[in-house]
Ligand binder design. Structure first.
Ligand SMILES: Nc1nc2c(ncn2[C@@H]2O[C@H](COP(=O)(O)OP(=O)(O)O)[C@@H](O)[C@H]2O)c(=O)[nH]1
Ligand SMILES: [Mg+2]
Ligand SMILES: [Zn+2]
Length: 307
């Protein structure tokens, strides 16, 4: 039987059969089940299309996995070299961003966007909790939306607590969307609001840290608008996993475009002579925040070398 993995805890996988059956089936995988070339803590991820076989005793085994169109990964922890596949077979990735409560940094946004570019996955920015913003923060919101729209990214300013479901539905219809963002930005609230169901628990912001409690531990997929939304666990950050230092500038659209005019083909834009990117920075044609994020991703690669 064919199905799609909608949730996994590591040991157990819930597979939604592709036939008319409504209930997900609980499955396990054999210990030696491996996928070549991917060193990850989870061989099968949410979004994977799989084959399952029922045994005589009624248990279900996951026996085969279809080739992935794409997948998105993060490092398991800061210390380990192992990676964790967040989700597979995505049509797009949406990042929930809050200007405040909690604050999301542009570096975090740009790392997410660069990761999406690296995997060739279209990205959307959803600025949430706009009901809480002060006039100054609303200005920041406008600036950030202008910046990212100018780079070609779709953005929306929303309040998950008063969601205009109709206006947002077309963004997600018939697509598999990874939903990501810092813990506490309102992912679960958003999922509940857009699907109109109480799917996942939401957590009150803890006063001490101004971030939400970790109520979501595993990626999970929810059916919505003939497509799927994937809630991902509180992500601390995206990084240059599987990225070569020389290619990082390719994942910053404007740096890549302008960088073609640098004198040297292999210019890293960090002090080489006749660097078009440095010139554009000086003329404010590239946002300093974007260039800083680029430097931050370059830094990941240096760090990785010494690990
Ligand atoms: N004022 C306001 N609060 C929100 C909004 N969206 C979420 N919250 C609150 O933010 C807290 C964290 O939300 P939650 O959905 O658990 O965040 P998650 O960790 O990203 O899943 C909860 O107390 C929500 O009620 C919003 O648009 N406006
Ligand atoms: Mg949550
Ligand atoms: Zn350059």
């Amino acid at each position: 039987m064919q199905g799609i993995v909608i949730k996994s805890t590591g040991a157990v996988y819930w597979v939604q059969p592709l036939d008319d059956r409504q209930e997900p089936i609980e499955c396990r995988i054999k210990g030696n089940f491996r996928i070549k070339g991917i060193r990850s803590t989870n061989p099968v991820a949410v979004g994977d299309k799989v084959t399952i076989e029922q045994q005589a005793d009624g248990t279900n085994w996951l026996t085969d996995i279809a080739p992935r169109t794409n997948y998105i990964i993060r490092r398991s922890t800061n210390l380990s070299k192992q990676t964790h596949i967040l989700a597979a077979n995505l049509d797009q990735a949406a990042l929930l961003v809050t200007i405040a409560h909690p604050a999301t940094s542009t570096t975090f946004i740009d790392r997410f966007l660069a990761t999406a570019e690296a995997y060739n996955i279209p990205a959307i920015l959803l600025f949430n909790k706009i009901d809480l913003l002060t006039p100054t923060e609303l200005n920041t919101l406008k600036e950030w939306q202008t910046l990212y729209e100018s780079l070609g990214y779709t953005t929306r300013a929303i309040s998950a607590l008063q969601l205009d479901q109709k206006a947002l539905t077309p963004l997600f219809e018939k697509k598999v969307t990874l939903l990501s963002g810092h813990s506490g930005v309102g992912k679960s609230t958003f999922l509940n609001a857009i699907t109109g169901k109480e799917l996942t628990r939401t957590a009150a912001i803890s006063d001490a840290h101004d971030t939400g409690m970790h109520t979501t531990t595993y990626s999970q997929m929810y059916h919505f608008g003939n497509g799927w939304l994937i809630d991902t666990p509180g992500i601390k950050g995206f990084g240059a996993v599987e990225m070569e230092k020389e290619e990082i500038s390719h994942y910053f659209r404007e740096i890549f475009a302008i960088g073609r005019h640098c004198r040297y083909d292999n210019c890293m834009h960090i002090g080489e002579p006749h660097c078009a990117v440095q010139e554009a920075l000086a003329e404010n044609k590239i946002a300093p925040s974007r260039f800083n994020s680029y430097l931050s991703l370059l830094g990941d690669c240096d760090e990785a070398k010494y690990r």
